[in-house]
Write a protein that binds this ligand. Structure first.
Ligand code: GRG
Length: 295
């Protein structure tokens, strides 16, 4: 029986060791490297890289094959958090229980440290190609990750989010926004991990389905926690969606129905893994964790 708490801690530690190595070789100006390190090693659940490694293993790959990719995904995630906290975006002073990057390093260095993490992520991924993975597979993974992070994915989703403030969105519009803003990076992490692990087309397609359900469930719970959890619990400001006039799952369907919806999505994520053996148990457990998490 998988002990999820232990598994998540061990995997986060593994990812953090690899991330420290990446940042150790940062060849930039010392202040920039420090700012990148501050965010990259400053906490967080490491969900996306853990999912990338778990997905690689679910199709029979050794997790080492996906470690460069897992680091790249977490670097992109951290860039998005740094930029999201900037005054021109969500204007948040707190992240992971500490001052946001721009509160410590100023807006210019914070912006550039995000840019550094985003760009270096692709260097880390491309250089991990030497780990015995065919170049064509790495190339497809690079393209998929770039699409997920870029204008067709996360950045595009953030723009829709900004433009939707104060508007009444339908459930379909809200789902579309989040499938890009948060869902795309989850999908790329999970499908990319499996691609690097040697997964078949049918396995990648099932994992894509799993990832869609998990990504949406993650967002439904994120919206709920913004209403129900305190700033101290989350280590970041809560109650901000309502203050910004944002449409959320609880505002559209109510808190109780939102939680039920997230649990339906957890079941859908499990169904998508029906053809996988016990090696996909961590993926199954993480889906339930995402829905039942308190932070
Ligand atoms: C390009 C200036 C500029 C800004 C872009 C890309 C972007 C800003 C924002 C993307 C939107 C974004 C930050 C999405 C992530 C939303 C989210 C719920 C993050 C929290 O994810 P967790 O809970 O994070 O997995 P940690 O790392 O704290 O565990």
């Amino acid at each position: 029986m998988l002990q999820l708490d232990r598994y998540l801690k061990e995997r986060a530690a593994l990812v953090e060791r690899a991330l420290s190595k990446v940042i150790e070789s940062c060849g930039a100006d010392a202040r920039l490297c420090e700012a990148m390190r501050y965010s990259l090693l400053g906490g967080g659940k490491r969900l996306r890289p853990i999912l990338a490694l778990a997905s690689c293993e679910a199709v029979g790959g050794a997790h080492e094959r996906a470690m460069g990719f897992a680091c790249a995904v977490e670097m992109i995630h951290n860039y998005s958090l740094i930029h999201d906290d900037l005054p021109c975006m969500d204007d948040d002073d707190l992240r992971h229980g500490r001052p946001s990057n721009h509160k410590v390093y100023g807006e210019a260095i914070a912006t550039l440290s995000g840019d550094g993490l985003l760009t270096d992520a692709f260097n880390v991924l491309a250089r991990s190609a030497s780990d015995g993975v065919p170049a064509a597979i790495v190339l497809e993974t690079v393209a998929e990750l770039a699409h997920a992070a870029g204008s067709g994915g996360m950045v595009g989703g953030q723009v829709i989010d900004l433009q939707s403030e104060g508007l009444t969105l339908s459930l379909d519009e809200l789902r579309h926004l989040h499938s890009r803003k948060t869902g795309a990076l989850f999908r790329a992490s999970i499908v990319g991990g499996a691609r690097l692990g040697g997964g078949s087309a049918a396995q990648l397609s099932s994992l894509d389905e799993y990832a869609r359900a998990l990504g949406l469930a993650f967002q439904v719970i994120d919206d709920l926690l913004d209403v129900e959890a305190t700033t101290e619990q989350m280590g970041k400001r809560t109650g901000k969606d309502e203050a910004a006039g944002k449409a959320t799952f609880p505002s559209l369907m109510g808190a109780e129905r939102s939680r039920e919806f997230a649990r339906e999505l957890d079941r859908a994520a499990h169904r998508a893994l029906a053809d996988f053996d016990g090696r996909a148990d961590p993926l199954r457990a993480v889906a339930t964790f995402v829905v039942e998490r308190k932070l």
